[in-house]
Structures are given as structure tokens and as C-alpha cells.
Design a protein around this ligand. Structure first.
Ligand code: ADP
Ligand code: AMP
Length: 216
């Protein structure tokens, strides 16, 4: 099964994708994670993307679609994909359709996480991850069971994203409204969009997503 998790920054896409990976062995394909890895490794893509990401703007469609194509090629036959943060524009949605079709795959669900924008700044400015395994946390909403120790891998180092500040978040939300939300109708006509209340508790959001996945 191949699904898109769609929603503005902080909606909970990464949180829910990590849970689907653990429960179902699906592969999380986060273009944000891929780009951050490229920035860290100072690859040509990373060098191009760094300033754009720090400003909260969108990296070019060609770059992100190429990253997704490479990841799809590296996946074992039969493994399901969770597209997280991709597609973000109409041309990316078109590319994704072509990338999947040329590999004999298709999209099963587009799950929109419906959230109140006012809550997102708090979610994003409180977000951090384990530096070793990438498990996501929040200062208020998802603390490790033992302070300073990752629940998943026992690591003690955590990191915050340079673009998780209020000013950049506002730009990222505006980009979402202007360029990403308008791609929903493309999938609505295909009859594959489901909406989930992203303001609910994390576990409730997971249960709602599981119910959708169970339908097909
Ligand atoms: P996205 O990948 O959509 O940008 P994340 O999954 O990283 O969003 O979530 C942003 C922050 O909000 C994280 O710190 C996460 O722990 C927290 N979070 C995610 N889902 C919820 C929820 N349903 N309720 C409260 N906090 C949440
Ligand atoms: P994310 O981790 O999804 O919040 O993405 C972080 C940043 O990476 C975004 O603000 C963009 O600058 C860039 N980015 C991630 N995915 C895409 C994409 N599909 N298209 C364009 N830019 C992207």
C-alpha cells in the first residue's frame, strides 16, 4: 500500500509515519529528511537547498522528485511507501503519478491531517528529535519517559531543526496554503482522499489512520 500524508508543517505527518513504519514495515519517504541529510553531507543538492530551507521556501520540484525516484528504486518489491512532505506542488503531484506508474505502483490513500493553524507554531517550536535514531519528541506533548534518554534507542543527544522557529514557520504555512493545499482536488477526483482530525490525541490520530488503511 502506498499513501500520502498531507498537512501543513507540524500537522503530525512525521509522527504518524514513524508509527506506520514500526507497525507495518512501510518505508517513510520524507523529502525534508532527505534534504536535511543532503545539507549535512554538503552534496550539490544540499548546497543548493540549504538557504531555501532556512527561509522556509520550497526547494525545486526537479530536485525533490529526483530524490523520491531514487528512493523508490532502492525499495524492495512489495514494501509500501508513506510519502511525507511530498508532493507539495501540482508539478510534484504529477511527477509522483509518473514515478509510480512507471514502476507499476499506484497510490491507495491520501490522508489529510486537518489541523488548526494556531496550534502549529507551538507544535513546531517545541519539536525535537533523537540525534541517533530520529525518534520525534515534543517539549510538552511527547516527552521521553526518562528525561534526557531516547525511549527508542537509549540515546542522550537530541537536536532541533534550524527552520523550526516562529518566523520560518509562518512562511512554511503560507507556502502550504498557496502551493500544497491546492493539490488536494487532484486526488479528490480519484476518490482516494480521507480526512483525519489532526488536533486529536496522537493515539487517536493513529487509530483513525489505521481504520482508513484497513478499508482496503
Ligand atoms: P510534521 O511532520 O507534519 O511537520 P510532526 O509529526 O513532526 O509534524 O509533529 C510536530 C510536533 O508536534 C512534534 O514535536 C510532535 O511530537 C507533535 N505532535 C504530533 N502530533 C501531535 C498531536 N496529535 N498532538 C500533539 N502534538 C503532536
Ligand atoms: P519538512 O521536513 O517536510 O518540514 O521540510 C523542510 C523543508 O524542506 C521545507 O520547508 C522545504 O524547504 C524543503 N522541502 C521538503 N520537502 C519538499 C518538497 N516536497 N518540495 C519542496 N521543498 C521541500
Amino acid at each position: 500500500m502506498n499513501i500520502i500524508l498531507l498537512g501543513p508543517p507540524g500537522a503530525g505527518k512525521g509522527t504518524q509515519a514513524q508509527r506506520l513504519v514500526e507497525r507495518h514495515g512501510m518505508k517513510q519517504l520524507s523529502t525534508g529528511d532527505m534534504l536535511r541529510a543532503a545539507v549535512k553531507a554538503q552534496t550539490p543538492v544540499g548546497l543548493k537547498a540549504k538557504a531555501v530551507m532556512e527561509a522556509g521556501e520550497l526547494v525545486s520540484d526537479e530536485i525533490v522528485s529526483a530524490l523520491i525516484g531514487d528512493e523508490l528504486d532502492a525499495m524492495p518489491e512489495g514494501q509500501g511507501a508513506i510519502f511525507d512532505g511530498y508532493p507539495r506542488t501540482a508539478p510534484q503531484a504529477e511527477s509522483l503519478g509518473e514515478l509510480l506508474a512507471s514502476r507499476g505502483k499506484k497510490l491507495d490513500h491520501v490522508i489529510e491531517l486537518d489541523v488548526n493553524e494556531d496550534a502549529l507554531v507551538e507544535r513546531i517550536t517545541g519539536r525535537y528529535t533523537c540525534a541517533s535514531c530520529g525518534k520525534g519528541y515534543h517539549d510538552t506533548f511527547e516527552k521521553p519517559a526518562v528525561e534526557g534518554t531516547c525511549d527508542k534507542c537509549g540515546g542522550h543527544e537530541f537536536k532541533r531543526r534550524p527552520d523550526d522557529n516562529e518566523e520560518t514557520v509562518r512562511t512554511r504555512m503560507a507556502e502550504y496554503r498557496a502551493k500544497t493545499a491546492p493539490i488536494l482536488p487532484i486526488y479528490e477526483v480519484q476518490g482516494i482522499v480521507a480526512r483525519v482530525d489532526g488536533m486529536a490525541d496522537m493515539d487517536e490520530v493513529t487509530a483513525a489512520i489505521e481504520a482508513i488503511l484497513g478499508k482496503r
